[in-house]
Design a protein around this ligand. Sequence first.
Ligand code: CP
Ligand code: NVA
Length: 330
Amino acid sequence: FAPRHLLSIADLTPAEFATLVRNAASHKRAIKSGAIPQSLIGSLSGKTVAMMFNKRSTRTRVSTEAATVQMGGHPMFLGKEDIQLGVNESLYDTSVVISSMVSCIVARVAKHSDVADLAKHSTVPVINALCDSFHPLQIIADFVTIYESFTPKAHSLSSLGLEGLKIAWVGDANNVLFDLAIGATKMGVDMHVATPKGYEIPADMVDLIQRSGEGVPTPGKLTQTNIPEEAVKDADILVTDTWVSMGQEEESKKRMKAFEGFQITADLAQRGGAKEHWKFMHCLPRHPEEVSDEVFYSPRSLVFPEAENRLWAAISALEGFVVNKGKIVE
Ligand code: CP
Ligand code: NVA
């Protein structure tokens, strides 16, 4: 029996993605009102979740550990100084050994091929906690945030009722953007991306994003430009992320220069003609160059609820992939 893994939002049907988002939102409401769903209580009892993290993390680490504990399980954090992860031992050996002792592996690695290799040889579900191409737990949380902040239309199980919304991404084309765009395509949300020249979404990723809309009645559309104002036009949500992702530190100087003029500010939103009610999102950690304090700490900013939603996203993903063994149901 091969376990089901969560490496990208691309691994999910639109109905499964929408269900993970809705389950996260409903568990959040229930737990915050003191009514813990019966199906969650002790659902990971006696189970260990191995967290193999090759890179730093605040939100992903804390949300995964807290989610595991809330479900009665034991999170085992294994940092890069603690275990042999692609160093001194093959990923194959590590994967076979660790998966023989735990119920789930949550892994943060550099290359997508590393988390894919772990998954290939693991006998338990592997959940991607960020690699250079994807960040599915972040995107579940982001759609919980959008679902809570914009009034969803009446919708079927395979949608969130967010069709027609427009997200403007201004900044670097990175892991968070790729999975966000895949989720947006599946949910009928348009994605308008502005990056500096030379930093566009690679062609194979554009292809994957567009293929994610197959079978969706009105898939979200992806457009790209090098002009921030163009992306921002008519946007409901402005989003960005760091200009220098983990592992790109050596390019820092060059990137700072290339991204000049790409800071999200109230003035950019005004000049570009964002919708009057526009909101701001960011996966964090944030640096002032990519978004002004004025926007980041304003009532338009959803960043702190978005960060909190990482907890509810982690509960939903652990429930779907570990408790329910990959069967994503309401
Ligand atoms: N957004 C996010 O994944 O944050 P961390 O890197 O702190 O986990
Ligand atoms: N793009 C960032 C996201 C961190 C959560 C990185 O990969 O470092």
